[in-house]
Design a protein. Structure first.
Length: 489
C-alpha cells in the first residue's frame, strides 16, 4: 500500500467515525425527545382515562371527578418526578431493569404524595379514579420504554445508530469483550479497536486492530472520535492509575465502562459495598443446589400437569397424524442423561422414519451441528408430519410427562445423549447438576443456530444463576420463539 493510499484510507475511516459519532449523538437526542413526548402523552392520557372512566367503576360512580384544573399540576409533578428519579438516564436505556424500576419508583412516590396530601387536606379524590390513574399511567410509562428498547434493538441489529467505542486491557480480555459485544449486537456498541499495555502487535489474536497503549488513550480517542471506552482486566496496574484515567476522560465527556474479571454472573448474585474507598463486590454462591429444591420441583409438577391437560387435544391429533402417515410407532424413546448423570427414557413424538438410527452413521459426514451435537437443516430422515411438528416444537410435548415424573424440568439445560456426555469437558459436565429442561436459555437464544460454545455458556449461566423469576421469563420467551419457529429444524 502506498503512502497516498494509506492516507486516503485513514481519511475515509476518520470521516466514517465522525459520521457515526454524529449519528449516535443525534440518535441519543432524538430518543430522549421522543421519550419526553411519550411520557407526557401517557400521563395526560392516564389522567383523562381516570376522569372519564370513573363510570366504569360502580363503587365510585357517584363520586366527584378529579378537577380538570388540577390535571396539569399533577401531570407536571409526575413528569418532574420521572426526571428526578432518573427514569430517562442514558446509561440505563440499553439493558437491565433499572429503567423500569425507576419509572415504578417515581410513579409510586407521586401516588403516595397525592394520597397523603388528599387525606391531610381532606380533599375529595375518588378511590377508583386514583387507582385507575396510577395503574394505567405506570403501565403506560413502562410500555413506552419497552417499545423504545425493542425498536432500538432492531435498529442496532442492522448496524445502524451504533455507539463507537474502544476496549482496553489484556488482549485476551479485550477479545472476550469484543466477542460478546459482537454477538449481542442489539446493544448497539461497535468496537473500533483495542488499547493494550503493549502496542507492539498490530492486532489482537481475535483480529481487533491495536490502536495504541493505555498511556495513549486520550490521543486515540481524539483520532478515532469514539464516545466510550471499556476497560477490561489488565487496564490498570494500580488504583491511582484508574483514578487518573477517570480524571482525563472527564474532560472529554467520554463514557467510562469497567468490566470486572467476574463474568456470566447475574445482577441478583452481586452486591456492591463501598468499604474504605474500595468498591467490594459480594458474589452470592452459584444456585445449582437451589435449582434442585422443592420449590422448583413443585412448580414442575403443577405446571406440567396443567400443560398436559391443556395440550391433550394437540397430543391426540399429533399421535393420529403420525400413525396415519406411515403406520409406525407414535412415540420415540431415547436414552438421555439427566440429573447427576442418571439416564432416563426421554419421550418425543416420532418425527423421523423408523430406520432413523440405522441411517445416522451414513449421514455423519454431513453433520452441521456444533461440538458433539448432530444437526442437519434438511435431514432426509424427517417425515412429512415430522417437519411440521418440529417447526413448532410439538414433537417435544410428551416430555411434559418426563417433567411430571421428575426426570426433567420445565426449564433447564438441554437433555444430552450419553455419547455427547462422554465428550464433555469438566465445564460442560456442570450442566448435569440440575435436571434437564423442555426449554432453556439455549432455546430462547437461537436454538439450533447456536454454536456449541454458546450452548454450553448459556446452560452454565442458567445453572449458576437459577431463579424462579428467570424460569418464568424463559417460559414466556419460549412461547414467542416457538410461534416464530426461529432456529428450529
Amino acid at each position: 500500500m502506498t503512502s497516498t493510499t494509506f492516507i486516503g484510507a485513514l481519511a475515509s475511516n476518520t470521516r466514517q467515525q465522525v459520521t457515526a459519532r454524529r449519528h449516535w449523538a443525534v440518535s441519543r437526542a432524538f430518543q430522549l425527545f421522543v421519550l419526553y413526548l411519550a411520557d407526557t402523552a401517557v400521563v395526560f392520557a392516564a389522567l383523562v382515562l381516570a376522569v372519564a372512566g370513573r363510570q366504569l367503576l360502580p363503587f365510585v360512580a357517584t363520586a366527584e371527578p378529579l378537577a380538570w384544573w388540577a390535571m396539569p399540576a399533577l401531570a407536571a409533578f409526575w413528569l418532574g418526578s420521572l426526571r428526578l428519579f432518573g427514569a430517562d438516564s442514558l446509561r440505563h436505556l440499553r439493558a437491565g431493569v433499572t429503567e423500569y424500576k425507576r419509572v415504578i419508583m417515581a410513579s409510586a412516590t407521586v401516588a403516595a404524595v397525592v394520597g397523603i396530601s388528599s387525606y391531610l387536606l381532606k380533599a375529595d379524590f375518588p378511590r377508583g379514579t386514583y387507582v385507575l390513574l396510577f395503574v394505567a399511567g405506570t403501565a403506560g410509562l413502562v410500555a413506552v420504554r419497552l417499545v423504545r428498547r425493542r425498536t432500538m434493538a432492531a435498529i442496532h441489529r442492522r448496524g445502524a445508530l451504533t455507539t463507537p467505542l474502544l476496549v482496553a486491557g489484556d488482549v485476551g480480555h479485550v477479545d472476550h469483550v469484543s466477542t460478546v459485544l459482537g454477538r449481542e449486537s442489539w446493544l448497539g456498541y461497535r468496537v473500533v479497536g483495542a488499547i493494550t499495555r503493549d502496542a507492539s502487535d498490530r492486532a489482537t489474536p481475535g483480529g481487533l486492530p491495536v490502536l495504541g497503549t493505555i498511556d495513549d488513550v486520550v490521543d486515540v480517542i481524539r483520532r478515532q472520535r469514539v464516545d466510550a471506552v471499556i476497560f477490561a482486566e489488565g487496564s490498570f496496574s494500580s488504583p491511582a492509575d484508574f483514578r487518573r484515567m477517570a480524571w482525563q476522560l472527564e474532560e472529554h465527556d467520554i463514557q467510562m465502562i469497567v468490566v470486572p474479571t467476574a463474568a456470566d454472573i447475574s445482577a441478583q448474585r452481586m452486591a456492591i459495598r463501598p468499604v474504605a474507598g474500595l468498591p467490594l463486590v459480594d458474589v452470592d454462591r452459584p444456585q445449582a443446589i437451589a435449582a434442585a429444591r422443592w420449590i422448583k420441583r413443585s412448580f414442575d409438577i403443577v405446571g406440567a400437569g396443567i400443560l398436559l391437560l391443556l395440550a391433550s387435544p394437540v397430543l391426540a391429533l399429533t399421535a393420529l397424524a403420525i400413525k396415519l402417515d406411515d403406520g409406525g410407532p407414535v412415540l420415540f424413546r431415547q436414552r438421555r442423561v439427566g440429573l447427576k448423570g442418571n439416564e432416563f427414557s426421554c419421550l418425543k413424538f416420532r418425527s423421523m422414519g423408523t430406520d432413523a438410527e440405522a441411517r445416522l452413521a451414513a449421514l455423519a459426514s454431513r453433520n452441521e451441528g456444533a461440538g458433539p451435537l448432530f444437526k442437519m437443516v434438511k435431514d432426509p430422515r424427517i417425515t412429512r408430519v415430522g417437519r411440521v411438528i418440529r417447526r413448532f416444537s410439538i414433537d417435544e410435548l410428551p416430555q411434559l410427562w418426563n417433567a411430571f415424573r421428575g426426570e426433567m424440568s420445565l426449564v433447564g439445560p438441554r437433555p444430552a445423549l450419553p455419547t455427547e456426555v462422554a465428550q464433555y469437558d469438566d465445564d460442560a459436565r456442570r450442566r448435569l447438576d440440575v435436571r434437564p429442561g423442555l426449554t432453556g436459555l439455549w432455546q430462547v437464544s437461537g436454538r439450533s443456530r447456536l454454536s456449541w460454545d454458546d450452548t454450553v455458556r448459556l446452560d452454565l449461566y442458567y445453572v449458576d444463576n437459577w431463579s424462579m423469576t428467570q424460569d418464568l421469563v424463559i417460559l414466556a420467551r419460549t412461547a414467542q420463539a416457538v410461534v416464530g419457529s426461529a432456529g428450529a429444524y
